[in-house]
Design a protein around this ligand. Structure first.
Ligand SMILES: [Fe+2]
Length: 367
């Protein structure tokens, strides 16, 4: 018997100048908007200018909270929550990469619930979060189409996410032009985050027919972008393909969640300051190798779509795109591996993921 569900309430508008062309749509969400963004990427990309012009065109009042840090902490989110409660907007617009978009979702909850940010993890909020509109300026996170928000927990020394159906953005404006100002390293790191979402969703216990369709389409787009991503001749076509691939990856993990790759990547970001996508990319080859015992044909399909002959060639590609000389000590490998094996992400991984499994992946990747 077939037994499945599929929920994707985010409306996606993808194309050049999509904010300008569909500015009127913002009126649906009210008369006051809080823009949530980081300190400069939204401005540099041109996205903030387009959004504020659209708001002005529609007569929507707005304020800007542009204090979102990279990998925002709960304290940073609480600050945004206070700004939101003071301004009392009708909706929130997140502009930026994963950090501002995830922050926008958390702030949309805190804007109408006066509890502390640690309660975000409990879900089932008393007051329904404000609607969120997402405008990504990187091609990687997929946060514009997920119910997740990943924040940094300093007391637990890691990043951890929460998710709630009410947190799916209502509208996502996808314009590749906003990703054109990204420098080489950020372009590659974020592109590999998108790849990681696609691969993890495909090799997840929760994979299903719908998520598979999204992954296969996303991998084809990613593969189309790969020659430019390697040569660093970043064309508009590459930017557009990566942005769409990232959104397909986001829709896929909205259903499957991520796996042990993300769980193992978080301590690399927290303790070693390795950007999120890069952290995942350093682990992906060994994750594919681990999966040979559980889903050999799926691993083969991923490699084939990427035009790679084997896992060795995949590892070479990651090394080329993400040069990194990080090496972990035996103590670090053991500590991070044990912590990762206890996460929910690990439970989505195929097979039985023990602390030894995690330690082995880390050892082969970064030992
Ligand atoms: Fe990710």
């Amino acid at each position: 018997m077939l037994d499945f569900s599929f929920f994707m309430p985010t409306e996606i508008l993808h194309g050049p100048e999509v904010v300008k062309r569909h500015a009127k749509r913002l009126k649906e969400f009210g008369r006051k908007a809080l823009l949530v963004t980081g300190r400069n990427s939204a401005r540099r990309s041109g996205a903030q200018e387009d959004v504020t012009a659209a708001l002005e065109h529609c007569g929507i009042a707005y304020e800007v909270f542009d204090q979102v840090e990279n990998n925002p902490t709960l304290e940073n989110i609480a600050e945004g929550g206070r700004a939101a409660r003071q301004f009392a907007p009708d909706f929130v617009i997140g502009i930026g990469g994963g950090s501002p978009l995830d922050a926008a979702k958390a702030i949309a909850v805190l804007a109408v619930n006066s509890f502390g940010p640690e309660k975000l993890y409990d879900g089932d909020y008393t007051n329904r979060p404000l609607p969120v509109v997402a405008v990504p300026t990187t091609a990687g996170t997929g946060s514009e189409v997920t119910q997740y928000s990943i924040l940094t927990l300093t007391n637990k020394q890691t990043k951890a996410g929460f998710g709630d159906r009410s947190l799916f953005p209502r509208l996502a404006f996808l314009d590749y032009r906003y990703t054109e100002s990204l420098e080489l390293e950020v372009t590659r790191n974020t592109a590999v985050d998108a790849l990681s979402h696609l691969i993890e969703a495909y090799l997840s216990r929760r994979a299903g027919d719908f998520s598979d369709i999204l992954v296969e389409a996303g991998l084809r787009l990613w593969s189309r972008a790969l020659p430019d991503l390697k040569s660093a001749a970043f064309s508009s076509g590459m930017r557009d393909s990566l942005l769409a691939a990232s959104t397909f990856g986001g829709m896929a993990i909205a259903h499957t969640g991520t796996t042990v790759v993300h769980a193992l990547g978080y301590p690399l970001t927290y303790f070693h300051d390795i950007p999120h996508g890069r952290a995942n990319g350093l682990l992906l080859a060994e994750y594919l190798r681990y999966n040979l015992q559980h889903a050999k044909s799926r691993v083969g399909k991923i490699l084939k779509t990427l035009n790679l002959k084997d896992i060795g060639e995949f590892k070479e590609l990651m090394r080329f795109l993400l040069p990194c000389d990080l090496r972990l000590t035996a103590e670090q490998i053991s500590e991070y591996g044990i912590a990762a094996s206890r996460t929910k992400n690990a439970s989505h991984t195929l097979g039985e993921v023990s602390s030894q499994t995690c330690i082995d992946i880390l050892q082969s990747s970064l030992g």
